[in-house]
Ligand binder design. Structure first.
Ligand SMILES: Nc1ncnc2c1ncn2[C@@H]1O[C@H](COP(=O)(O)OP(=O)(O)O)[C@@H](O)[C@H]1O
Ligand SMILES: [Mg+2]
Length: 192
């Protein structure tokens, strides 16, 4: 489909070849749909290829329990969190995999670092804004985090007591409050 017919495609981006490694960087508020979408896209690609090893998901919820469990939620720790994930996703992409990164990654400069180090190696990096208004995310509240943040039980919670810098020029802008999960998956598959 032409990008002009697809409201989620921003600009005239080249279509990515599924044969090449790449990083799809999902950024957005908690509850926007990063984890759900990355898993749904992986399921589709696994089925298409008959191979469950082409896609790898780096999910904030998982990485923060393991690799980055020494990090908190100050701006410095968030930056270090994203720096490590950027390096890891680059390595996966260099090995030929499609790496889906599902982190809030609230700061534009941290995401720009990820893009920069991919660019330096000639590895495609697609910033995907998983875009849903705060009110919708808060209503979904899949993990009850907003409730806790509003009650003051969680400090530095993005959107409530910590900033979120929305991407200004994302490769994909996916309005998950307007699209179903299936439609959102299709927007990403079209990039491939
Ligand atoms: N188009 C959509 N894309 C992704 N998730 C959606 C969409 N529409 C509704 N949802 C729902 O929104 C919630 C998003 O939660 P989750 O994927 O955990 O968000 P995040 O990982 O960004 O914090 C899920 O309950 C999911 O079913
Ligand atoms: Mg998640």
């Amino acid at each position: 489909m032409e990008s002009s017919q697809n409201p989620s495609r921003v600009g005239e981006q080249p279509t990515h070849s599924i044969k090449k490694g790449a990083t799809f960087w999902f950024t957005g508020l908690s509850g926007a749909g990063k984890s759900s979408l990355s898993q749904a896209v992986k399921n589709e690609i696994d089925k298409m290829l008959g191979d469950s090893h082409k896609c790898f998901i780096l999910d904030g919820d998982v990485i923060r329990r393991g690799l980055n469990k020494d990090l908190g939620f100050t701006a410095e720790d968030r930056a270090e969190n994203i720096r490590r994930i950027s390096e890891v996703s680059k390595l996966f992409a260099m090995s030929g995999q499609l790496c889906f990164v599902a982190f809030i990654s609230p700061y534009a400069k941290d995401r720009a670092f990820g893009k920069e180090i991919h660019k330096a190696e000639g590895i495609p990096f697609y910033e995907c804004f998983i875009n849903s208004p705060l009110e919708v995310c808060e209503k979904r509240d899949p993990k009850g985090m907003y409730k806790k943040a509003r009650a003051g039980e969680i400090k530095n919670f993005t959107g409530v007591s910590d900033p979120y810098e929305a991407p200004e020029h994302p490769e994909l802008d996916i309005r998950t409050d307007q699209l179903s999960i299936e439609q959102s998956v299709n927007v990403i598959l079209k990039q491939l």
